[in-house]
Structures are given as C-alpha cells and as structure tokens.
Design a protein around this ligand. Structure first.
Ligand SMILES: NC(=O)c1ccc[n+]([C@@H]2O[C@H](COP(=O)([O-])OP(=O)(O)OC[C@H]3O[C@@H](n4cnc5c(N)ncnc54)[C@H](O)[C@@H]3O)[C@@H](O)[C@H]2O)c1
Ligand SMILES: O=C(O)[C@]1(O)C[C@@H](O)[C@@H](O)[C@H](O)C1
Length: 291
C-alpha cells in the first residue's frame, strides 16, 4: 500500500490515445528513479465520452487520488475553463497539456512549448535564429512558434494553407513577443523566405506515414540551414532525410515528443529526468510498435 506522497498516479486524457508512447516513457523513467509510478491513458473514444467532459474527468481523477494529467486533443483548450491556475505561457497560448493536482487545485502548464524549446536548445545550441520559416500553425504549431520565439528567433515567418489561421497566430504571437517580428507569409513569397532563412520548421501533418511528402520544396535548402520537424511517425520524415542530404543540421519530431514528456515528468515529480535515456527508450518503443 502507498499514500499519495509515496507514489504517483498519472493519466492522459484525450481521444484515440490508447497506444500513446507517453505513458510508458514516464513509467520507465520513474522506475530508474525508484518511484512507484502508474500512468494510464484515459481514452475518450474507448470510454465513449466527449472532450467537453474533461473537467468532470479531472475532478473524478482528483477525487480518486491522481497526482496529475496530461491533456491532449481535443481537450487542450477545453480544459482551460476548469483550472484554478495557469502558467502565464500556457495562458497566453490558450493551450494546456499538463495539469498538476496540488491540494485539490488544478494547475495548468504547457510542456509542448517547453519540450520543443528544450530539444532545440540541446540539439542545435549554436543554430542561428535571425530568420525562421514555420509551416503549419495548428495546435502543435502554436506551441512550436512560441518555443522558437522564446529561444530567440528574431523574425518568424508563419505559413499555413489556411491563411486566416496563420494571420491570427502571427498576431497573437506578436503580442506575446513584442520585441520580435512575427508575420504570416503568402504563397508567392514563401520560396524566397525559405531560401533566405536560417531555419525551417514543419508543424503540419505532411510527412506522416499516412500523409507522405514534404511541406516545402526541399531543393530550396542549403547546408548552412537547420531544419526541424514535429512529426515522429516516422522519425526520419522525407523532410528530415532531404535536409540531412543537403547538409543541414536537423531536429526530428521525436525530440518534441520526449521533451514534453520529460518536462511533465519533472513538474510532476520534482526530479530531473535523464532526457537521453528517455529518448533512447522512446526510439526503442517506436521501433517495437512499427514491428
Ligand atoms: N512531436 C510531438 O510531440 C507532437 C505533438 C503534437 C503533434 N505532433 C504532430 O504535429 C502535426 C500537426 O499536428 P496538429 O495537432 O498541430 O494538427 P492541426 O490540424 O492542429 O494543425 C496542422 C496545421 O497544418 C496546416 N497544414 C496542413 N497541411 C499543410 C501544408 N501542406 N502546408 C501548410 N500548412 C498545412 C493546417 O492547415 C493546420 O493549420 C501532426 O503530424 C502531429 O502528429 C507532434
Ligand atoms: O504522446 C501523446 O500521446 C501526447 O498526447 C502528445 C501531445 O499531445 C502531448 O501534449 C501530450 O502530453 C501527450
């Protein structure tokens, strides 16, 4: 038997997440720290609940002794109405993926943003950041854009097939980071911006196993640039492979996946995880999942 101060009970609330690699990543890291730690997916599809039930599920989890939840699609915005406290960064992004339960109160964080930022800082520490082009400004893209600006990108150009979304994101991020430049890019100017950029980031689903291809013309890339992707199914997307072939430094999407998990683990336990060990285990899990 253990009490809430001696063990950890954590969940992931979202739709279609039964096969998520985040629960095993947390549990394996916790085992290395000698912690009693259980992490369960709470799959809305499997239990037939809508995303709007996220508050009810959080309160039930609190009453049953959970220490924390990760929150994912479609609840990252819906959960905001149920929190007692939200970090300024998550509040500005209007998206929460980690809820700590402390003294019965719900405290919201966004480790998608900090996780991508941590990966960028660790893997591409010297990467120039005067000008970056990011493709895709949806859920992941919002967190990634904020991470890029928090890491010192001076001019961020956002492109999306939905130009209204890119323009709204650019305006919101411009308010969050008033000393840097954030602008939506049009289709015609995109090739020139990509060729001139220090870094190019993909935050669209283009490149996933079921959505092959690249979101940009990769012949525009040159060896002086760095390229990041958020996709990790597969880890080596066509974009990452082409960028490597062009001599670019790369940051694959596995770094964001591990970064968000590592930052959530640190918040939940107060212990610093071994990020290299988590990444190695994540890659092992991915390979096993893909047969
Ligand atoms: N590594 C991680 O931890 C992590 C976390 C979350 C999501 N993801 C990945 O990020 C990707 C995006 O997920 P999301 O939740 O942001 O999706 P989303 O649907 O919220 O956003 C995707 C955005 O990309 C835009 N888009 C699609 N195709 C485009 C194209 N060819 N050119 C320009 N814009 C295009 C869409 O209009 C949309 O705005 C997915 O592949 C997902 O698996 C990775
Ligand atoms: O790995 C997943 O399934 C996640 O749902 C991915 C991403 O949405 C994170 O923010 C969640 O914490 C975990």
């Amino acid at each position: 038997m253990s009490t809430t101060s001696e063990s950890y009970l954590v969940g992931l609330i979202g739709a279609g997440i039964t096969a998520s690699l985040t629960p095993p990543m947390h549990e394996a890291e916790a085992a290395h720290h000698g912690l009693h730690y259980l992490y369960r997916p709470v799959d809305l599809e499997a239990i037939g609940r809508p995303g709007t039930d996220v508050g009810e599920l959080l309160r039930a989890g609190r009453d049953l002794g959970f220490n924390a939840f990760n929150i994912t699609h479609p609840c990252k915005q819906l959960v905001l109405d149920h929190l007692h406290e939200t970090t300024p960064a998550a509040a500005a992004l209007k998206a929460v993926n980690t809820v700590l339960i402390r003294d019965g109160r719900f405290i919201g964080h966004n480790t998608d943003q900090t996780g991508f930022a941590a990966g960028l800082a660790a893997e591409l520490p010297e990467a120039p950041k005067e000008s970056v082009v990011q493709i895709g400004t949806g859920g992941a893209g919002s967190a990634v854009a904020a991470a890029l600006l928090s890491q010192g990108v001076q001019a961020l150009h956002l492109f999306d097939v939905d130009p209204t979304r890119a323009a709204e994101r650019a305006q919101a991020l411009g308010q969050m980071f008033p000393h840097q430049s954030v602008a939506a890019a049009g289709t015609e100017e995109l090739p020139g911006l990509i060729a001139a950029a220090d870094g190019v980031v993909n935050a669209t689903p283009v490149g996933m196993h079921h959505h092959p291809g690249t979101p940009i013309d990769t012949s525009l890339l040159s060896a002086r640039q760095w390229v990041a992707d958020v996709i990790y199914l597969p880890v080596d997307t066509e974009l990452i492979t082409a960028a490597r072939a062009a001599g670019c430094r790369v940051l694959d999407g596995g770094h964001m996946a591990v970064g968000q998990a590592a930052d959530a683990f640190a918040l939940i336990t107060g212990m610093e995880p071994d990020r290299a060990r988590m990444r190695a285990y994540f890659l092992e899990l991915l390979h096993a999942q893909q047969g």
